[in-house]
Design a protein around this ligand. Structure first.
Ligand SMILES: Nc1ncnc2c1ncn2[C@@H]1O[C@H](COP(=O)(O)OP(=O)(O)O)[C@@H](O)[C@H]1O
Ligand SMILES: [Mg+2]
Length: 228
């Protein structure tokens, strides 16, 4: 099976090499757990491998994304010819959906892009009514699937369930879900960070949360260790 490494070695080992080509993978976690950072690793790994990559951000503009990557030692500007960054404003979200539907297939095709990061889908989801939301996500999935691109889509977690996305819909349109969470042994201790592959079609994987850290080099996953 063809896989795309995420660039996070411990995570790639957990996944048996990386994300299967053409998969759409949700990265779910509460704020500050490293979702954007994981997405940046995935894009940077593609760039280093001469692939063309796309970032669609609902949070940050291009400058801030590049600075963020650079703070983890990822020099994305060096690969700017192979990187397309688009920021979609929350205020124009419905316009964004139209734009995604009309422009994205063409952009992916003309760039021959192999990887896309969408960060974060939660802002996008918030602006739809409950009835429209699933349809908007399904439309996005259809576009990504027919383009054959491999996608990482980040999402805030549900307040009461750290393995579920904010609206509980994203995981149904995705081939895989990776969850990033704070794990507390007791209220008095500093929380530990745990990464869990909740779902990954066509991959045999463990569901056990594994410890990870965020440092100036980005995310490091310790797949052979236990959290406690
Ligand atoms: N240069 C850095 N060195 C160490 N840790 C960092 C650095 N930059 C960010 N972090 C940590 O990463 C976290 C943010 O990660 P981010 O990927 O933006 O999270 P999310 O997208 O899930 O909100 C911060 O809370 C901080 O703890
Ligand atoms: Mg983020």
């Amino acid at each position: 099976m063809d896989v795309l490494p995420t660039g996070i070695e411990g995570l790639d080992r957990l996944l048996g090499g990386g994300i299967p080509k053409g998969h759409i993978v949700a990265v779910i976690g509460s704020y500050g757990t490293g979702k954007t950072t994981l997405g940046l690793h995935f894009i940077y790994e593609g760039l280093k491998n001469d692939e063309t990559c796309i970032i669609i951000s609902f949070d940050e503009d291009e400058k801030s994304i590049l600075e963020n990557a650079s703070s983890f030692g990822m020099d994305m500007e060096r690969y700017s010819d192979n990187l397309e960054i688009t920021r979609l404003e929350a205020a124009e979200i419905k316009e964004s959906l139209r734009k995604i539907k009309s422009d994205l297939p063409e952009v992916i095709k003309s760039l021959n892009a192999s990887r896309i990061l969408i960060d974060s889908i939660s802002v996008f989801e918030t602006l739809f009514s409950e009835n429209e939301r699933y349809r908007a996500l399904a439309a996005l999935r259809d576009i990504l699937k027919s383009a054959g691109i491999t996608a990482v889509i980040t999402s805030e977690a549900d307040k009461n369930n750290p393995t579920s996305s904010k609206y509980g819909l994203l995981e149904y349109i995705c081939d895989g879900a990776i969850c990033l969470k704070y794990i507390r042994e007791s209220q008095l201790e500093e929380p530990k960070l745990g990464i869990e592959v909740v779902k990954m079609r066509r991959v045999k994987h463990s569901r056990k949360p594994k410890p990870y850290n965020i440092t100036e080099k980005g995310i490091e996953v310790f797949e052979r260790e236990e959290i406690f």
